[in-house]
Each structure stands twice: as C-alpha cells, then as structure tokens.
Design a protein around this ligand. Structure first.
Ligand code: PBG
Length: 326
C-alpha cells in the first residue's frame, strides 16, 4: 500500500465536483417514508407540540396535505390514527370505518400512486395504551394476534399498499400473512418492525399518538436496547414468518444494528428515524445551538451509510425540499 507523500487523500477533496463524484452515499427523496397522524374532527391541522413541523390532521384536510407530499416526490406515507374512543380491545383499529381506514381511502383517491403503509398496532386504540390485549396485567401475545390480523386486513381492504406490524408480538407477521392470504391479498407486502427496541426516543410520538401505557412499560414485548444479537433473532423470525421488508427502530442510537442487519440479510431494510430523534434536532435548532439543515442531512446520511434502504422520517418533507434547492 502506498503511503504519504505518494498518497495524498486530500487530492480527492479539492473541489465540490470531485467530492460529488466520489461520494459513496447520496440521500434521495425516493427512499423516504413520511409518517402522519390522522384524527377525527374537521378543520384540524394542529402542530404536535414536541414535534414542530408535524401535525394532527383531520380527514377533510388530508387531501391537501397528501397532494403536497406527493408533489414533493416522497414515495410513501406511514399512517397512525387517533380513534374517537379507546377501549380495552382497541376496536377502532380494525373497524372498516375506523380513522385509518377512512384516511387510506381518501389518500388513495387523492394520489393513487402515493404508497400508503398502515402501521398495525393497538396502542393508539386501547384505553390502557398497551400494544395488545391485557390479561392479568400482562400483554397477552396470542390473544393479540387475531386483532392484529384483523387490523392488517382492514387496512388492506381499505386500499393500503403495505402493512407494518409494530406491536412486537411473537407471530404477528405470520398471523397477518395468513389473514391476508386467506382473504386473497397474496400480493400485499408486509414490512415487519422486526427489531424494535423499548426506547425512550418514542416519547414525543406517545404525545402525538396519545399512546402512553397507563401502567407499566413495554419492556415485556419491545427489545432491550442493550441487545444486538437478539435483534438478529428478531429479524430472522420476521423473515421466516413472511416479512417482505425488515426494519430496525429507532435508527440513530442503533446504527450498529442497522449495519449488522444489512450485512446479514438480503431483504430490503428500513430504519425508523423516530420522534425523539426528530425532536432533539428540532429543539437544538430552535435554540440556535445547531444548524438544522446540515445536521439533519448528516444524521440521515449516517442512517443510509449504515445500510438502510428505506428511511422513515418526520424530516422527509423538509429533506425533499432541501434536495430540490440545489
Ligand atoms: C406503535 C408505535 C410506536 C412508534 C411507532 N409505532 C410507539 C411505541 O411503540 O410506543 C414510535 C414512533 C416514533 O417514536 O416516532 N407501537
């Protein structure tokens, strides 16, 4: 290997053009998914306090918002819903007239080519705020599966292009796959939230989705942040159950897990740049302590460099605009 002075790595950094030519990682709008929070009511487009730039949107204002997202070139949205009523079984999640099913129909009518991904979970819809059915103060895995299957099916029947189970119940991908297949939806893909950690970075989301558990926490079903090998087992399980796309969530504190997953599995890999990661950047930018655009682009580039094909991010709209600027 040649050394200095024969090798001068700065030669490749002399001008913007050469830096551009040799750039290994390029963010493009086409790899982003934009998450949205839909609620009942009318005329509502309210900022979610800990997530400046993100909104609660009512169905009547959804078309306008979706047109903007589609015209920015963002290929997909991921939907979360706030139900009219919460109950122990999260009934509105799988109600054919539920908030998300209504939203899916509106989006597919407005922008048929915009891909709609339904988040399949019960925590926004249950009065106790857990992701499944409660039995003796414990989230019952197997009783929850049927409801997740029904939720995935309701979303696909409403027109969703893909479903993404995030409840971290064992067997959720298999149950949803079987439910979809027996109803004839063999071509609807599943993105498994395969390696989802019990993370404090979900705090702002729980304000947005009103989904804070009313007792205990999610550590009996979401993963321990200390574990990376376990993430590989979770991903293997999702793949064997029929996942078409796998995910690591959160992203920034888990770049090592994204890299390991990329090296080990050949499925498309998504990374969820979650609410807390967004809020930290927004807060520090608003304080004037960091420069928002370059810091955001650097963080998102890191997620892609770690190996993510798909980046789910609340920054998606801003990134799309920034990428159009130059
Ligand atoms: C639902 C779900 C959560 C997130 C996505 N789907 C919250 C949770 O598990 O508590 C978090 C997303 C984010 O923080 O941006 N289970």
């Amino acid at each position: 290997m040649s050394e200095f002075p024969d090798t001068r790595l700065r030669r490749l950094r002399e001008q913007p053009a050469i830096r551009s030519l040799i750039r290994e990682t390029r963010l493009t709008t086409s790899s982003f998914v934009y998450p949205m929070f839909i609620r009942h009511g009318s005329g509502i487009k309210e900022t979610i306090e800990p997530m400046p730039g993100c909104y609660h949107i009512s169905l009547d204002l959804l078309a306008e918002e979706v047109q903007e997202i589609y015209s920015l070139g963002i290929p997909a949205v991921l939907l979360f819903g706030l139900p009219a009523d919460k109950d122990p079984l999260g009934t509105e999640a799988y109600d054919p007239e539920g908030i998300i099913q209504e939203a899916i129909r509106i989006i597919k009518r407005t922008a048929p080519e915009l891909m709609v991904i339904g988040d399949v979970c019960l925590c926004e819809y249950t009065d106790h705020g857990h992701c499944g059915v409660i039995n003796n103060n414990y989230v019952d895995n197997d009783q929850t599966l049927e409801l997740l299957g029904k939720t995935g099916l309701a979303q696909i029947q409403a027109g969703a292009d893909m479903v993404a189970p995030s409840a971290m119940m064992d067997g959720q991908v298999r149950t949803i796959r079987e439910t979809l297949d027996t109803s004839g939806y063999t071509n609807s893909p599943i993105m498994g939230y395969a390696a989802k950690y019990a993370s404090s970075f979900y705090g702002p989301f729980r304000v947005a989705a009103d989904s804070t558990p009313q007792f205990g926490d999610r550590r009996t079903y979401q993963m321990d942040p200390a574990n990376a090998r376990m993430a590989m087992r979770e991903i293997e399980t999702d793949i064997s159950e029929g996942a078409d796309v796998i995910m690591v969530k959160p992203a920034l504190a888990y770049l090592d897990v994204i890299r390991q997953a990329r090296d080990r599995f050949d499925l498309p890999l998504a990374a969820y740049n979650v609410s807390g990661e967004y809020s930290l950047v927004k807060a520090a930018s608003q304080m004037g302590w960091v420069d928002e655009k370059p810091i955001t682009m650097e963080l998102l580039t890191a997620i892609q460099r770690a190996g993510a094909d798909i980046i789910i991010s609340y920054h998606a709209k801003e990134v799309a605009k920034w990428l159009q600027e130059k």
